[in-house]
Design a protein. Structure first.
Length: 167
């Protein structure tokens, strides 16, 4: 019985992530200036979303994470593949790697148990070498190496659409 619950939970987490990616692409596309595309499954080695604003020469390679916990994790290889895409289009004026974090309005406290909280979104610009990264519910970002975390400062990216960003 627990095995089915484990599979069901994994499927739910994947669906949340896909919905977050679709929401972001729809928000970009709704601006009229931007075109955004979900690039497929995680096994393809592509960023989650590629967003382009041709009129301003901007391109964003976006890794999107969503969850109900207190922190969200982005592996270095996912940041690296986003950087490769931005570098590929280096002729564009403003190529950036963005990490889009969404902390759901319910926090998981145990198996099947949740408590209500404020929904929060963060859009961070990754500008260094690829490394494992953790973002907390409060918007603090850490580089994770081995078993330790080191705080890093990443700039917030102003989005061209309305967000649920904490002030």
């Amino acid at each position: 019985m627990a095995r089915n619950g484990g599979r069901r939970g994994a499927r739910l987490r994947r669906q949340r992530g896909y919905r977050w990616e679709e929401t972001l692409a729809d928000r970009f596309n709704g601006t009229g200036k931007w075109r955004a595309f979900r690039l497929g499954s995680p096994s393809t080695g592509l960023p989650d979303i590629l967003a382009v604003c041709p009129s301003e020469g901007l391109i964003y390679a976006i890794e999107a994470k969503s969850g109900s916990g207190m922190s969200l994790y982005v592996p270095a290889d996912q940041i690296r593949r986003c950087k490769e895409w931005v570098d590929t289009f280096s002729g564009m004026a403003g190529g950036q790697v963005l990490l889009a974090f969404k902390f759901l309005s319910k926090k998981r406290t145990g198996p099947g148990r949740y408590v209500q909280r404020e929904l929060r979104e963060y859009y961070k610009v990754w500008d260094g070498d690829a490394a494992d990264c953790v973002c907390t519910y409060d918007g603090d970002v850490f580089e994770r190496t081995g078993g330790s975390r080191r705080p890093i400062r990443l700039a917030e990216c102003p989005m061209p659409f309305r967000t649920r960003r904490r002030t």
